[in-house]
Design a protein around this ligand. Structure first.
Ligand code: NAI
Length: 303
């Protein structure tokens, strides 16, 4: 069973994708009375027509998470126009601490996928609060960031989105780090197809484009939910997929004591292996800026 805490825009969209893909039973939890129950009914009606027999339930009680193999946490405040992800730090840290206690109590063996922003700091709070091993706590960040990078590259190159392979690491925030040296068009290095200036423009837009979506429609949820669904499927089907996600580092990339985005192998045990890739000069500078930001952020959080 897959538990989803927070039945708002991201949580409910994720549930819809997982039902359409017939992955597993779903339990939605939220503090708003009626909301998760209503989402569960609506989704069940959709499932009935498409002929999918997963069970979908909604509850205001965390005990409904009992038996979850995977719990996705989308609970908390979202950015409003003009806000950075870090502006949510203090309020969401309190929410994530209490949600994590409940997850550890009711689903002590689950793999926890964090989504709430600021993502890397909230993944850290969840890891420290649940005291789960680091392999069982991860955050969705790179999957979304690479969706945006891919889209921008597909526009610049005039090639199919399906031909682009990209990797984005680092902080899910102002210093997110798309990696041109690990991005290709079906194996052809990006750096041979676009100028340095064109690549820099795509990187900068990748960092900024979420703010534009929030300005235009108030929130981002389709692309985030798709990124989470990919991670859930990699765990559920033990796919051993190489995905970028936020994980706790213990010396990898020369960093310890924070969660940040890096490529990992994802399977039924969660983060099964962290892959260390060599970063170029500017990629490393950007990654290191994220490390400093995150160290400062978690120093201010009470756990
Ligand atoms: P939303 O406001 O639509 O939904 C959040 C839901 O959480 C609400 O229904 C609220 O009642 C619920 N909630 C609040 N406290 C709770 C608690 N203690 N227990 C259970 N439920 C609780 O927000 P949206 O747009 O779904 O975003 C959710 C979070 O995901 C935000 O922090 C947002 O910034 C983040 N986000 C992260 C992304 C990423 O790449 N990691 C991408 C998009 C959003």
């Amino acid at each position: 069973m897959i538990g989803i805490v927070g039945s708002g825009r991201v949580g409910s969209t994720l549930a819809m994708l997982l039902v359409q893909r017939n992955v597993d039973d779903i339990t939605l939890v939220d503090i708003i009375e009626g909301l998760p129950q209503g989402e569960a009914l609506d989704l069940s009606h959709m499932a009935a027509e498409i002929g999918v027999d997963v069970e979908i339930t909604g509850s205001n009680d965390y005990s409904a998470l009992a038996g979850s193999d995977i719990v996705v946490v989308t609970a908390g405040l979202a950015r409003k126009p003009g806000m950075t992800r870090m502006d949510l730090l203090t309020k969401n840290a309190g929410i994530i601490k209490s949600v994590s206690e409940q997850v550890a109590k009711h689903a002590p063996n689950c793999i926890l996928v964090m989504v709430t922003n600021p993502l890397d700091a909230m993944t850290y709070v969840a890891l420290k609060t649940t005291k789960f091993p680091r392999s069982r706590v991860m955050g969705m960040s790179g999957m979304l960031d690479l969706s945006r990078f891919k889209e921008l590259l597909s526009q610049s190159l005039h090639v199919s989105r399906a031909s682009i392979n990209a990797l984005v690491v680092g902080e899910h925030g102002e210093s997110m780090t798309p990696l041109p040296s690990y991005t290709s068009v079906n194996g052809i290095p990006l750096t041979t197809l676009l100028s340095q200036e064109q690549i820099s423009t795509a990187i900068e837009k990748t960092r900024q484009v979420a703010a534009e979506v929030i300005r235009l429609k108030g929130a981002t949820f389709y692309a985030p939910a798709n990124g989470i669904a990919r991670m859930v499927e990699a765990i559920h089907y033990d796919k051993k997929m190489v995905l970028p996600l936020s994980t706790y580092l213990e010396g990898e990339y020369g960093v310890s004591g924070i969660c940040i985005g890096v490529p990992v192998i994802v399977g039924k045990d969660g983060v099964e292996k962290i892959l260390e890739v060599k970063l170029s000069g500017t990629e490393k500078e950007s990654f290191d800026r994220g490390v400093s930001t995150l160290k400062e952020a978690i120093a201010t959080v009470q756990i």
